[in-house]
Write a protein that binds this ligand. Structure first.
Ligand SMILES: [Zn+2]
Length: 352
């Protein structure tokens, strides 16, 4: 007789394999681990763990929101496997999300539409829930809401909610790893979170000043979670990642889920490269063209006056000393962001 799905997960622990074999949906099921941790599979790529003794922390780890960003998928798949096989004992509630299984199977960033531009209701704007990515964005929002609003834990206050959405960038970066800190609407930046990022070997942080359609902004703004988009390096195919480059992130995420507190170094601003957005350059016509090589690294800067891009008659030049570019992509749809320009900043005036 073939093994049941709980038996498969208890003996092999390969939730990623199960997800990729059922990329569109998976009937929910649940079972318990020998240490009484409750395991609930809510959907394809959605697995929730609840230790028998609940704590004040609710942790969400997500990966594969862009299907070809394999290193974070490997890190999360291994962590889930180790929990299922009893090699890593959880301390806190944990929801792990493999964002876009059909795109992971296709080895592509997206199938139809960029999933990480569809959160906070953008999935239902315009033509509505017309493709798999829009439907998935809404489902992921619902799963995160369900996880954070579980009645057994909302009674226990205060809740310490976090969401780390793990990515790798399309291009290389002057700073290999960096995090995007979503707009916090005038609230303080959290020192403890910057210390956590540093423990993950992430010391370049982009502080956003406007709302966004990303998963991390959704978790931060809608659920008050400490949420980040974390870029761990450059996109490579499965099996071709040098996992030693992610060792600290891997280790710190494992400590996060299994220990009462992660050991971190005290925050010192000089250890960080902090940036804020100076301006976004949006593609306005099909004539949009970047004026530098395709493989330019994120956080590259050019002298003031350098032409960065042209869009028909419009010319974009470097306006400020230290202005650096990130996420350049001439292939985005018209009206979308083709490049973000950032400048160095400080957090000392608004840190808690
Ligand atoms: Zn990504």
């Amino acid at each position: 007789m073939p093994k049941s799905l709980p038996e498969q997960l208890l003996t092999q622990g390969d939730f990623l394999k199960l997800t990729l074999a059922h990329p569109d949906s998976l009937e929910p099921f649940q079972f318990d681990l020998p240490d009484d941790t409750r395991v609930s599979v809510w959907d394809t790529g959605v697995i929730c763990f609840e230790p028998a003794t609940l704590t004040g922390k609710d942790i969400v780890l997500s990966c594969g929101v862009h299907g070809n960003e394999t290193a974070p998928i490997e890190i999360c798949a291994e962590l889930v496997q180790d929990v299922l096989l009893g090699r890593l004992n959880l301390k806190h509630r944990l929801l792990v999300l493999f964002g876009n299984p059909p795109a992971i199977n296709a080895g592509k960033r997206e199938v139809t539409e960029n999933l990480n531009r569809l959160f906070s209701g953008h999935h239902s704007a315009g033509e509505g829930l017309v493709n798999a990515e829009r439907i998935r964005a809404k489902a992921l929002e619902d799963y995160v809401s369900r996880f954070y609003s579980d009645k057994r834990v909302t009674k226990m206050v205060p809740r310490n909610r976090c969401l780390y959405d793990l990515h790798t960038a399309i291009r290389g970066s002057r700073f290999e790893k960096f995090a995007v800190y979503p707009f916090v609407h005038g609230k303080s930046w959290q020192k403890a979170q910057l210390e956590f990022l540093r423990a993950c070997d992430v010391t370049t942080v982009l502080l956003m000043q406007t709302p966004a359609s990303t998963f991390s902004y959704y978790a931060s703004n809608t659920h008050g979670a400490d949420a980040f988009t974390i870029e761990l390096g450059k996109v490579r195919p499965f099996g071709q990642n040098d996992m030693s480059r992610f060792a600290k992130a891997r280790q710190t995420l494992r400590a996060l889920v299994s220990l009462a507190e992660v050991a971190t170094e005290p925050f010192v601003e000089a250890d960080f490269q902090l940036y804020q957005v100076y301006r976004a350059i949006n593609k306005q016509t099909d004539a949009f063209k970047l004026n530098f090589a395709d493989d330019v690294e994120n956080f590259t800067s050019y002298p003031v006056g350098t032409v960065l891009a042209t869009d028909g008659d419009i010319e974009y030049r470097v306006e400020r000393e230290g202005e650096a570019l990130i996420f350049p992509n001439a292939k985005v749809a018209i009206g979308q962001r083709a490049m973000l320009m950032v400048v160095p900043t400080t957090v000392s005036d608004n840190l808690a």
